[in-house]
Write a protein that binds this ligand. Sequence first.
Ligand code: ADP
Ligand code: MG
Length: 191
Amino acid sequence: MNVSELKERLLNLVDVFEEKESLLTELDRAIGDGDHGVNMLRGFKALPEKLDDSSISALLKSTGMTLMSNIGGASGPLYGFSFVKMSQVVGDEIEKENLKTLLNTFSEAVAQRGKVELNEKTMYDVIERTNEAVNNGETLSFEDLQSFAESTKDIVATKGRAAYFKEASKGHVDPGAQSSVYILNALIGAD
Ligand code: ADP
Ligand code: MG
């Protein structure tokens, strides 16, 4: 993936988050405060004006800075920080080997910032499972990513707002797990 392909994929996320706003809102209404759809859309809507397409690294960094200052909530700093971190390890193209490093950096950034582990019912579950699979040489489809998000359904949340719902958080897909499906899909070029 070169600069213009990544730019196209990032800008396409504006449409994706328009389309998925109500789904993410619904999910966050069940086990949070109902703002995740609005938050993600606000963050990505700010992208077209702010993207620096002088290199892949600049693209990722400008995306991170924009998401950090526009998404808000718990997810804004997590996604924002992750994109800035990824900008520091990316090469001129995103290819097979570099993608592994990129996903590893994404996962470590969220773990570090969110102080989160697997099976706490967050975006981290999807990001780390994707990281593991890609680093094991697997090629993931959109459906594979979606299945990682679905697997958060049976977990009792122990991080973020959803943790206040305790046992009642069971039976719902985590909103951040769902939004990370779209972001990872753009990065790994699943479709
Ligand atoms: P808020 O919870 O502040 O309203 P959002 O609704 O935008 O923020 O984002 C909620 C999502 O953020 C959750 O669904 C979860 O995936 C993610 N999240 C919250 N806290 C953490 C954390 N400590 N580590 C990783 N992800 C987290
Ligand atoms: Mg929320």
